[in-house]
Structures are given as C-alpha cells and as structure tokens.
Write a protein that binds this ligand. Sequence first.
Ligand code: FAD
Ligand code: MLT
Ligand code: ZN
Length: 475
Amino acid sequence: MHPNELSVFLQTLQTIVGTAHVLSEGDLSAWELDWRKREQGKALAVVRPASTDEVARVVQACAAAQVSLVPQGGNTGMVVGSTPDASGTQVVLSLARMNRIRQLDAANLTVTVEAGCVLQTLQEACEAAGFLYPLSMASEGSCTVGGNLGTNAGGTQVVRYGNTRELCLGLEVVTAAGEVWNGLSGLRKDNTGYDLRHLFIGSEGTLGVITAATMKLFPSPKSMMTAYASVPSLDAAVELLGLAHQKLSSGLTGFEVMGAFALRLVRKHFPQQPVPFEGDDPFCVVLEVSDHDSEAHARALLESLLEEALQDGCVLDAVVAENLSQARALWHIRESIPLAQAQEGLNIKHDISIAVSRIPDFVRETDAAIQEAFPGARMVNYGHLGDGNLHYNVQAPVGADAEAFLRAQEKPMNALVYAQVDRFNGSISAEHGIGSLKREKLAEHKSPVALGVMRAIKLALDPHNLMNPGRVLKL
Ligand code: FAD
Ligand code: MLT
Ligand code: ZN
C-alpha cells in the first residue's frame, strides 16, 4: 500500500474504533507470534473494536482497501491460525474488547455472550448463576468463546457434553462483505434451510467474524468426583473406559489418558506439582463423574467402578480426590502436560482421532514405526481417550537440538503418522483445526470432493479471499 493510502486507511480505522485501539507501532508480538512460537508474523495493524457495528465497519473498510483480516481471540491456537503472515499487509482483528455476557436465560438454559469473552470468565459467571457451561480446557484462562467456535474446540468434557459445535445454538456473524447476520437464536429446533451456524463454526476465521453466540447451559451437578488411576496398558485404559460408560452412563464427564513420558515431563518442569504413583506405569488416567444426587452417591459410584476395575486388572492403583482442591490438583497434572512439553522445547504435535477401539493397535504399530525411522524420538502421548482423541506428540531425542530436529524431521514424521491415521480411518485434526500448519496436509488427506465443496463455499462467502487467507485452504 502506498504510504498516503496507508495513512488514510489507518485514519479510517481510528475513526471507527478510536485511536487508542489501532496499534501499528511498537512491540506487537503478543498478537503476531503464535502460542507455540512456530511463526512470527508482521501485522499492518492490530484493530480492537468494541461492538458488532464497529467490527462490521472495520470489515467494510478492509474490503474497500482490499486488506485481509485475521480474526484473533486469545491467540492460544495450536496450528498458527490467529496470527498474521510475515507480509506486513494483514490486519489483526482482535475481539478482546467484545467480552460482554449479554444475557443468561435461565428458563431456556442458554447464555448469549460476545466472542471476546474469556472462557473461564463465562464458566465462572454461569457457575455463579447455578449453571454449568461445560467447555473446559487448559487454556481456558486466555482462550475466548470466538476462538472456541472458530476452531470448534474440544477439551476435557466432550465425552459427556460434546465439543463447541454441540454447545452452540446460534451465532451473530459479520460476513466478509461487512454485513451483520443476527442468528442468535436460542432455539433447539429450527429446520429452516441450511444451517449457517454450522458453516461458521470450525471455519477458523476464513468465512466471517463471529461476534456473539448463544450457548447451551446445564444445571450445575450436585457433586463432581475425580479419580486418578494407573493402568498397565492402553488396552486396559480402553477397557476401563468401557466399564466407566457402562457403570456411570451420562455421569461420566471426563476420561483423559496420560503416557509415562508425558507425566515425567510434568514432574521435571513442575517439581512442586505432586503426581501420584511415582513409578513409571505405562499410562495413567484421570476420570470424572458428575452426579445430580449427592457427593456420597458420586463417591460410591466411582469407588465401585474402580474396585471392579482393580479386580479385572485393568487398573493397577487408584486414588479418589477427597475434596475439590484435591480434584483440582489431579486435573492440574493433566492440564500441565502441554505447558511442560513447551518447556521441554519445540515439538511436533499430532492432534488425531481414531475409533477408541483401535487406539491401542494404532499406538503399538506407530510407536514401533517411529522408533525404527527416528531412533530415540520421545513420545509425549496423552489426550482425550473418551473421545478417541490423542495428542500423539513427539519430542526430539535426548541431547538433540529441538529446532534442528523439527526442521529436518517434522515432514517425514508427519508423513509417517498421518499415513497410519489414514490406515486406521482417523482424522489428522481432531480438535485444533488446520490453520496454516496443517494446510498442506489437509489437501493430501481430505477427499477431493470435500475439498471442492469447501473451496466453493469459501469463494461464495469470501470472493476476494480477505478473511484469514491461506488458512485451512489454499485457493
Ligand atoms: P485464537 O487462537 O485467537 O484463534 C483460533 C482460530 O480461530 C484462528 O483461526 C482465528 O482466526 C479464529 N478466530 C478467533 N476468534 C474468532 C472469531 N471471533 N470469529 C471467527 N474466527 C475466530 N484446544 C482444544 O480444542 N482442546 C484442548 O484441550 C486444548 N487445550 C489447550 C491447552 C493449552 C495449554 C493451549 C495453549 C491451547 C489448547 N487448545 C485446546 C487450543 C486453543 O486453546 C483452542 O483452539 C481455543 O479454542 C482457541 O481460542 P482462542 O480464543 O485462543 O483463539
Ligand atoms: C490438550 O488437550 O492439553 C491440548 O489440546 C493439547 C496440546 O497441547 O496439544
Ligand atoms: Zn486436547
């Protein structure tokens, strides 16, 4: 852009959102560098609107100047989707100031909330009103409702409540043309043609900007009980999951698995964090039951499940939290893994899903193939086993330079793992999305028919390719 045009463009943005909310100088790395430090971008400007109308006018101004936009919430995404590319030509549209909870409708069991509201703030507000907003993940102190919807985030309660898509009843969206679509319905039934809400959910900012959403609420359970168990193998973990489904039914609200090396990283990087069972059992599991009767009832259910599992041999040892703070501490072990892994150094992540029943075979075969092709590679294997979603991550061998390992081995490592995922009929992105990190891989692993339909949708909704270009699809 010519300097005069740039200056006029920035002034237009300042008129819309206020001078203080158009940032184009100084250290912008909080908006330009992705959470995993995989790519440092360069923004033309960071723009921080405070209302849907301001978002619409910013999008219109960008469209008029043919400037592309990167919607950003908490910038905690895992696939480099919320930061600008290095060209210095893209505007980061931060939704952080649009953080109001507009309405909690107790009778309808819904909450309408703006896209920039931090997930934990929403959880806490709903809890204070006696309701559960069940979406939960380790990034909840920073990630936003808009980012959760943009990525169709999963997290640790999906086994019972589903992912973000299943929690959403309606959206308000600013289209690529700068129009506002008010689809904030709190309706559970509405078969009036194509469901646009599902088009925007999981579209990673490539089709429009989500400015608000109506989300489902649930009555707060009377009691939530957490257990931590060591298991002799992944087969045993799957057996335990089956038993938990049988005995707890919809009371089962969390089932997470953690490999021995993932737990060793937590011990190493967070030594103050107590971790049960110091021995290196191959896998441990965190499981949670929610109960609408009483704490005693929840405890009895969980203890009876664990007793049976101990007798069957699918559990080696187990502890049940005595109180809320113990429960939080047990969950904290699981939630510390991504941070511990980041502390250990740059790494290769595979956020994959496979039918639960086939996960043990997948891991056995793929672990062996990796050790043969990349001797010494360290497997940081953990995740949402209840959803068939593994974070099948890899750390460089001991003593290796993590950056050099990543540069040289990420491509062949991905090729090996994703070929296995295909063989097992799985998905190469279970919950993190595609962003730019997995864009080339999507083209290789998604059916050409599906890719053609996706391209047609993208071009129909964003014909000038201004909404988060280069993410998800290459046009
Ligand atoms: P951002 O990172 O800012 O954006 C993510 C994507 O959504 C980008 O493509 C962006 O353009 C788009 N976007 C953001 N806001 C909007 C909007 N208003 N309208 C349209 N598009 C938008 N993810 C899981 O699914 N499950 C987990 O368990 C999980 N655990 C995590 C743990 C840690 C420690 C960390 C750091 C991340 C974790 N994540 C997890 C990934 C991440 O937190 C989620 O993807 C989250 O939903 C991103 O929200 P955000 O507000 O940070 O979005
Ligand atoms: C998690 O479940 O902790 C995150 O989605 C995993 C990750 O960091 O890969
Ligand atoms: Zn996850």
